[in-house]
Design a protein around this ligand. Structure first.
Ligand SMILES: [Cu+2]
Length: 691
């Protein structure tokens, strides 16, 4: 053993010496730039900041420029786990001049473009050490399409172990065009040209003639856009376990995260006197059109879709009829209770894990047991909707907003599509027997009371982000400060006070499941629990010990595992990383490491100025059973409810949405369980209040 290890080391050393000898200038660069090429978190953060700075231009950082010039990704293949196999693939494409040019739009739904981005992801993901990751990133930054590069870098940092501790800058400051309307971007350009700093108001898309504009603040919220795009980066449909690990409950989370987005959208509609969003039908018109009034950095304007558009076949994507066939096959699987895999064997889906398979085939992801037969309902529908403005490619329009996860929720048809898919999932969960008293009861545990400390008040805040990366730099034109100013839904902080009795003779670990449910529909008709349960939004889910006797559990709205705090700005990330590197101190940004999660400020629905009453629903269930097989502090970084735990299994064994995801034909079952309670709360919107 000892000998072989030693000879291995000698071999590696020889390879290193050979590699070093081949690029003398690169080695020089390394010794000069040792302060920029380290592998502490601070250095890594600084490198990522530098790589993402002014993404549409050549890097302005000398050490990155030197790497880009001198590094050979195939020079020393011992730096990769796959001996350079992934790098060889990408280098061949590069040398054959097959890669997408720079200064061109990029869409993940474009097969070839996605493949190219994933080729770079594969290279980064195979790197054993940070120096390999950094050098490849610096090299391909100068060679590949910017959109592909940014996507590959983001998923690389998220999924590679080497990315641990790094906070990815908010995408609205890296690729601002995808988050900011053209009017403001134009102002940013002229501010730059005239050298006059400026902060420009972003108004929500559309006019008051369009009722949908009342809820545009939800679909166009920059934080909500980040949540959505990041969820799809954390749980990509193209993911294969050979990349490193299994993404636990990905299919079920696809359902849950979109179910929650749809339910939250309906809450906002209710807050604005609008009926819930209707589902999409392939054989009916798409009622709401959409004019994005947003442009690509390169590629022109995002296409417009007029009102009352009949679905058309999209060349190179799908026929409308294919979509209906796919839908039928999925409904058939739900009714039969099983899926047929590619090799003909059947997979039972009328079991707790069934929804997982259903999510996999609906999306579809690489986890789908039979994508040939069940198709790709979700992904193809996104492309179908994105292309309705130019279905035959006559006008050579770029992809629609629906073809990017960061822009999709701007289009009201996004929620129609997801309502439609949500109803497919509902049909499945409705095929399960309702929970019984015994299923729901947590013996000896009583929720005596639920109260809110503080007021449930919502308002719109004012927030600024930098547009400096939207505009080009010029040799003689200095950067001036250019910001976009947006209004974002926000709320006052509050605390839940849950008074409990534990009548057992020992402590009990409990799972607290908190939902907000509508009491009435938009017409003022009272909803039954069976009608309301599917409309509830998840406010929090946490695990906590309940001691014997009586105890009041307090939980701040800030700690919700559904939400994430506001991300640090790109400027602040740069400042913090630079300071840490210069002073040699540690950089701990772990509180912001995950960008997946509903923005903390959007925890509550807007409600109305006169206030609206809702049911606050609290279910306390057996935490030992719920977390059986999972270790840890049961906090899991605090963002697990809709985004899981990075690199680990989902911490809660119960189905997502438990206990409201199954039919409730008899409300008395819920009323008769002492560990479940609901109280009426009032949320008030303060239109004049700004913070
Ligand atoms: Cu999505």
């Amino acid at each position: 053993m000892g000998t072989s290890t030693n000879s291995m080391k000698v071999l590696v050393l020889c390879a290193l010496v050979a590699a070093v000898a081949a690029w003398p200038s690169f080695v020089d660069q390394l010794s000069f730039q040792s302060d920029s090429v380290g592998s502490t978190t601070a250095h890594k953060q600084q490198n990522i900041n530098h790589l993402l700075d002014k993404i549409y231009e050549h890097t302005k950082y000398h050490y990155l420029e030197e790497i880009a010039k001198n590094f050979n990704p195939l020079g020393d293949t011992s730096m990769y786990n796959d001996q350079g196999a992934a790098a060889e693939v990408l280098m061949k494409e590069l040398n054959d001049h097959r890669l997408l040019e720079q200064h061109h739009w990029f869409s993940l739904f474009n097969t070839r473009q996605r493949e190219e981005a994933l080729m770079l992801f594969a290279v980064l993901n195979q790197c054993k050490e940070w120096h390999c990751f950094l050098r490849n990133a610096a090299f391909f930054r100068e060679q590949m399409n910017e959109g592909e590069f940014v996507y590959a870098l983001y998923v690389g940092v998220i999924h590679s172990k080497l990315g641990d501790g790094i906070v990815l800058p908010p995408l609205y400051e890296i690729t601002p065009h995808m988050f900011t309307n053209s009017e403001v971007i134009d102002k940013a350009y002229s501010a730059k040209m005239t050298q006059k700093a400026g902060t420009f108001n972003v108004s929500f898309t559309g006019t008051k003639k369009n009722k949908e504009q009342l809820v545009a603040y939800f679909g166009e919220d920059i934080g909500m856009n980040i949540h959505h795009v990041t969820w799809h980066m954390d749980f990509p449909f193209w993911w294969q376990d050979s990349y490193g690990n299994h993404l636990d409950r990905k299919g079920e989370l696809l359902f849950w995260v979109h179910h929650q987005l749809t339910a939250r959208f309906d809450f906002e509609r209710l807050s604005n006197w609008l009926d819930p969003v209707d589902e999409l039908h392939w054989d009916r018109i798409i009622r709401e059109g959409f004019a994005p009034l947003t442009s690509y950095k390169y590629g022109g304007e995002f296409p417009v879709r007029p009102d009352n558009k009949h679905f058309e076949d999209v060349e190179g994507v799908a026929h409308v009829h294919d979509m209906e066939i796919t839908e039928n096959r999925i409904y058939e699987a739900i009714d039969y209770g099983y899926i047929t895999a590619t090799d003909g064997h059947t997979i039972d889906i009328r079991q707790p894990k069934g929804i997982e398979f259903l999510g996999d085939i609906i999306e579809s992801s690489m986890y789908s047991p039979n994508a040939q037969y069940y198709g790709s309902l979700h992904n193809t529908a996104h492309a179908m909707l994105g292309r309705q403005g130019d279905p035959h490619g006559k006008f050579n329009l770029p992809p629609g907003v629906m073809e990017h996860f960061e822009t999709a929720t701007r289009d009201p048809s996004f929620f129609r599509l997801h309502k439609y898919m949500d109803n497919i999932f509902k049909k499945h969960t409705d095929s399960f027997p309702p929970y019984t008293h015994d299923d729901l009861e947590f013996a000896g545990i009583v929720v005596d009371g639920v109260a809110i400390d503080g007021e449930l008040i919502t308002f719109f805040d004012e927030f600024q982000y930098s547009l400096i990366n939207a505009v080009d730099s010029g040799e003689s034109i200095e950067d001036v400060e250019i910001n976009a100013r947006v209004h974002r839904l926000n709320h006052k902080e509050f605390t839940y006070k849950i008074t409990m009795s534990n009548n057992n003779d020992a402590d009990r670990l409990a799972t607290f499941r908190i939902f907000l449910c509508p009491i009435e529909d938009n017409n003022g008709i009272t909803l039954t629990l069976e009608e309301a349960r599917w409309l509830c939004i998840e406010l929090d889910k946490f695990f906590q010990k309940v001691p014997r006797g009586t105890k009041t559990i307090e939980r701040s709205s800030k700690d919700s595992s559904v939400t994430v705090p506001d991300m640090p700005s790109f400027h602040s990330l740069k400042e913090q990383a630079d300071n840490a590197v210069n002073s040699g101190s540690d950089l701990d940004l772990s509180a912001y490491e995950r960008a997946c999660g509903i923005p903390e400020r959007m925890l509550l629905p807007k409600s109305k100025p006169e206030g609206m009453e809702f049911n606050l629903f609290v279910a306390v269930t057996d935490g030992v059973k719920d977390t059986e097989g999972h270790n840890g502090d049961h906090d899991h970084g605090g963002t697990h409810a809709q985004c899981g735990v990075h690199g680990e299994a989902y911490p809660d064994n119960r189905p997502l949405g438990y206990p409201l995801e199954r039919r409730i034909p008899d409300e008395r079952v819920f009323g008769g369980v002492p560990n479940i309670k609901h109280v009426v709360v009032k949320i008030v919107h303060h239109p004049e209040h700004h913070e």
